[in-house]
Design a protein around this ligand. Structure first.
Ligand code: DC
Length: 227
């Protein structure tokens, strides 16, 4: 039997990571671990429990009592936090903003790191995030770094919001993408960084299908190498 591998996918927001990691995990029959959803879940709970985001001790306590599960239902995936489906709630713009703040808390990062390692260490996983190939699994079997220009990522986000019936300004959306990139890259703890041994895929001019095909081929070749 082939070795069940650890596949890391890092990159800035809007590079297609979520769609691609989900599709790649399904094609490989692996578990998809959306680490951004884990930070989002902490932010949502902190908001619901009215926790001050500067209070590291309270956030730490919240993480100790936390259970996060990823459940696949056909082509869609659900995030269960302490048994409750929070898939939609963690995606609101308000929670996105709170998450960027929560993700800078050392106690939260430490707790998420432990959880991610526990969930992924036996392999058969695709982990998607910002620091998977550099911090969480520096010895992952395959590391991808997905990128696209900020303009293209902003345009994708704009179209996604329009499709959901949310009216936004294109230039403002591009600017928000740039602001988030700057915050993710500049933070001192586990910043968005490309691992030296990551395979970089620039999706600016590529379709999701093309990128997926390329990633799948790379993973399968690696699997054959390790067999
Ligand atoms: O990928 P996303 O948009 O769902 O991520 C939400 C936030 O969490 C974003 O501000 C970056 C942060 N994040 C992180 O710091 N480390 C990760 N491994 C994943 C996400």
């Amino acid at each position: 039997m082939n070795k069940k591998m650890i596949v890391a996918i890092d990159g800035p927001s809007g590079a297609g990571k979520s769609t691609l990691s989900k599709a790649l995990a399904q094609k490989l029959d692996y578990l998809n671990i959306d680490t951004g959803a884990m930070y989002r879940s902490v932010a949502l709970l902190a908001q619901q429990q009215d926790i001050d985001l500067h209070d590291g001790d309270k956030l730490k306590k919240l993480c100790i009592d936390l259970s996060i599960e990823f459940v696949r239902e056909g082509v869609s995936e659900r995030v269960l936090v302490n048994g409750v489906d929070v898939s939609a709630e963690i995606r609101t713009p308000e929670v996105s903003l709170l998450t960027a703040q929560v993700a800078t808390c050392p106690a939260v990062r430490d707790a998420m790191l432990q959880l991610q390692r526990e969930m992924g260490e036996s392999g058969g996983v695709v982990l998607e995030g910002r620091d998977i190939g550099t911090v969480v699994f520096p010895r992952a079997d395959v590391k991808f770094f997905l990128s696209a220009t900020a303009e293209e990522r902003g345009r994708r986000r704009y179209e996604e919001l329009l499709a959901r019936g949310v009216t936004v300004d294109l230039q403002q959306t591009i600017q928000e993408v740039e602001t988030r990139d700057a915050a993710d890259t500049a933070r001192s703890l586990a910043p968005l960084m490309q691992a030296d041994d990551a395979l970089v895929i620039d999706s600016t001019h590529l379709s999701i299908e093309d990128v997926l095909k390329e990633m799948f081929t790379i993973v399968k070749n690696r699997e054959a190498e390790l067999a």
